[in-house]
Design a protein around this ligand. Structure first.
Ligand code: MOS
Length: 750
């Protein structure tokens, strides 16, 4: 009998395929007669395309076509739908009009026999523009928007949350804080570039795509090309991550599909690293004013969170910085309000912990600054303002252990040794800075379906059209199937990343794991019931004459309850005796995330404790140690779970110290659009990261009590780092990332 793989460190079942190169990523797939497409990018950010000269490019060797508005054929707009279906953040199809709204917008597409020929042809296309000065202003002021704005999630009131009288309570508060925090535009830089290979067979379309959502991609493409969705199949077997940038289709996808339709050949389009900064989404720049009022004892009286984010000229992505603000702390008077600033930039998009991550940077930084003003330890300040319920909607939390996170983190970090004075802690000739912050992220489920097969050779197959973006979904599905069938994880075949399989969730919102659990378990139960019917009805079977309800299933064996599992028969034997290759079961689970009338407030919580070292003599700042505690429900696989949190912390070091997409005010181009100039955390920047999970099952979410952990690790970490920087240097940086010139001004004394 195997022990349960749930909750134990389980190696990735796809690991060997990845490290031996057998795993096929989207652009690894090649097809007979396949052509290569390279888009032509606009080199202005505001204006019109007046003329396009493709003559020279068309004559180049190996070139099959130069497509543009006049010859690409029809691409329809996709339309929004409820329930996270047909999501597409840039709804204007490529080439729909001649208006250029951001730098790098595709204006033509070169298709050739080789990638090199296509690239040369794309470079040879000449465009004439009428140009206007682009608006890429980094200072954000709310534009003229109605009180309720349309966003990708439907209508959203700009007064997002309010209770009491926040302004009056602020005015009369004994201790006040009024500061503005800025987070820059950030670009998703997964290792794997976006890639689409499209091929048509009559009216049927197959697309290999590096997508975090094959089912949604299918729905969007069916609309864009006017097809029944059964005619569209989207495949994504392995992804080199996505961070939200690959959740939904971008404009290169319909370009590849349309080109394949026109030429009657498979067409592969791989987006370049430079294009990744222009046409496939980015995290919005935000500017967030936080006003806090408190008593001298440290009780919060008022919290006002007013934020503005930038967005493209015609899209609607909502960077929900106020997501965690209304419930994170107890405060009787609160107001969260937002505005939007339109810019000549590509569409903004979800990026790991969208909204909450920039939002918590601001609110948690303000909490730290307020604690300093109050001369109260920042952990104690938070404990003192712990809410009993979600005060924004008066609902109980399904499972909240934030206090324990803070206490455990402080203990593991040795926080009680912190001396609060700036520059007061030294070690080996270095100045230490210690900072901390809290974290929160949404919890819930998307709709999901799954199918399970139990087979006569004792093997199991589990199928679901979700994806593994590198987070471990292959392994989680195998663990879930193993739990129900008793078959070891390495004997379970997991099929995902194909829209032909039962509909699965996007790999997004950190919700994939919580979403698939009920569906997989129901599928397993149905397959086992089917097996029992086979067992009692097969001539010569040990179980002949019993009723299915007399039987039980455990550890891969079927047995008569009254006889006990010792007299059980392996399910493969039962099937072989019946000359049945397999039994199957299907299961589904409904969406609970973003439900209109929830019974509980469901979130994950956590905190980070950070140490930086500072050498004022050479202005050298390093993050030297991180302790992170997460309350994310039951952790199904602590090994892949820790990996995710560590990865998020590494990304958070980048958010705090390095990452920023900068726009050229002259032509509107993201100017650091490459991996040399867009600085990210590398191994040498990554300190020891000590991750702890509280592991309280949240039974409101699913039967295993598992929430999700992809994104929460990035929440709060930047606030913890900037607070540690202040503790070491005396400099409060309120505009990310912390730059060397910000802290060069730090006094050498201390
Ligand atoms: Mo995550 S930003 O939902 O991929």
């Amino acid at each position: 009998m195997t022990t349960s793989p749930i909750g134990s460190d389980t190696l990735r079942i796809d690991g060997p395929r990845k490290v031996t190169g057998l795993a096929q990523y989207t652009s690894d797939f090649n097809f007979p007669g396949m052509l290569y497409a390279v888009p032509v990018e606009a080199i202005i950010a505001n204006g019109k395309l007046v003329a396009l000269d493709t003559a020279a490019a068309e004559k180049m060797p190996g070139v099959r076509a130069i497509f543009h508005r006049a010859n690409l054929g029809k691409i329809f707009r996709s339309t929004p739908a409820p329930g996270f279906d047909r999501v597409c953040l840039e709804r204007r199809p490529p080439f729909e009009d001649d208006v250029i709204r951001y730098y790098g917008q595709y204006i033509a597409l070169a298709v050739a026999d080789t990638f090199e020929a296509a690239k040369a042809a794309a470079d040879a296309v000449r465009a004439t523009y009428s140009k206007e000065k682009p608006n890429v202003e980094s200072r954000l002021e709310a534009g003229d928007d109605p009180d309720v704005v349309f966003t990708g999630y439907g209508p959203v009131p700009r007064l997002q949350s309010h209770r009491g009288d926040a302004a009056a309570a602020f005015d009369s508060a004994p201790v006040k804080l009024d500061e503005t925090y800025v987070t820059p535009a950030e670009t998703h830089n997964p290792l794997e570039l976006h890639s689409s290979t499209a091929m048509w067979d009559g009216e049927r379309l197959t697309l290999y795509d590096s997508t975090q959502g094959v089912v949604n991609m299918r729905s969007v493409l069916a609309q864009m090309f006017g097809l029944p969705k059964e005619n569209v199949r989207v495949i994504a077997k392995f992804l080199g991550s996505g961070f939200g940038g690959k959740l939904y289709p971008w404009t290169h996808v319909p370009l590849a599909v349309a080109a394949a339709r026109q030429l009657g050949k498979p067409v592969k389009l791989v987006v370049s690293r430079k294009m990744m900064f222009q046409t496939v989404g980015h995290r919005a720049r935000t500017q967030q004013r936080i006003r806090l009022g408190a008593t001298h004892e440290g009780k919060l009286l008022s919290l006002q969170h007013d934020y503005v984010y930038h967005l493209s000229m015609i899209d609607h992505y909502h960077e929900d910085c106020g997501e965690a603000t209304p419930f994170h702390y107890s405060v009787p008077n609160l107001r969260v309000h937002f505005g939007r600033a339109r810019r000549n930039i590509g569409a903004t998009a979800d990026m790991r912990g969208p909204g909450a991550v920039p939002g918590l940077y601001a609110t948690e930084s303000a909490m730290n600054e307020m604690a300093e003003r109050l001369k109260i330890d920042p952990v104690r300040f938070r404990l003192f303002n712990e809410p009993k319920i979600d005060e924004s909607n008066k609902l109980p939390f399904s499972s909240r252990h934030y206090v324990e996170c803070l206490n455990l983190g402080a203990e593991k970090f040795d926080w009680s040794k912190r001396t609060p004075a700036v520059g007061s802690m030294k070690q080996d000739g270095l100045t230490l800075g210690w900072g901390m912050a809290g974290a929160a992220w949404i919890a819930g489920r998307f709709a999901a379906e799954a199918n399970m097969q139990l087979r006569d050779d004792g093997s199991v197959r589990i199928a679901c059209a979700t994806q593994d973006i590198g987070t471990g979904t292959y392994t989680i599905l195998a663990q879930l199937a193993s739990q129900k069938t008793g078959v070891p994880v390495d004997k379970i075949e997991v099929d995902l990343g194909d829209s032909a399989l039962p509909d699965g969730p996007i790999s997004g919102g950190s919700l994939a794991t919580s979403s698939v659990i009920p569906a997989v378990f129901k599928a397993a139960d149905q397959a086992i019931t089917s097996l029992m019917i086979v067992a009692v009805s097969t001539p010569g079977s040990h179980f002949l004459g019993h009723k299915p309800e007399d039987l039980a299933f455990e550890g891969g064996h079927i047995f008569v309850k009254a006889e006990g599992v010792a007299k059980g028969v392996a399910f493969g034997d039962v099937l072989r005796q019946a000359n049945a290759r397999l039994v199957t079961g299907s299961g589904s689970s409904e969406q609970t995330a973003f439900a209109p009338n929830p019974k509980f407030s469901m979130h994950s919580f956590g905190c980070h404790f950070v140490e930086v070292t500072w050498q004022p003599e050479i202005a050298r700042l390093r993050v030297s140690r991180v302790v992170t505690v997460m309350d994310a429900g039951h952790i199904l696989n602590p090994l892949t779970g820790r990996n995710q949190i560590q990865g998020a912390v590494v990304m958070g070091i980048g958010m705090a110290l390095f990452e920023e997409t900068t726009y050229d005010p002259q032509n509107g181009a993201p100017i650091n659009s490459n991996l040399a100039d867009y600085i990210m955390t590398v191994n040498a920047d990554a300190p020891p990261i000590d991750v702890h999970f509280l592991d309280y099952p949240d039974k409101e979410i699913n039967e295993l009590g598992a929430r999700g952990i992809g994104e929460i690790g990035l929440a709060g970490i930047a606030a913890a780092i900037t607070d540690a920087v202040h503790h070491a240097t005396g400099v409060r940086v309120r505009e990310l990332p912390v730059k060397i010139e910000d802290i060069l001004a730090a006094p050498l004394k201390t």
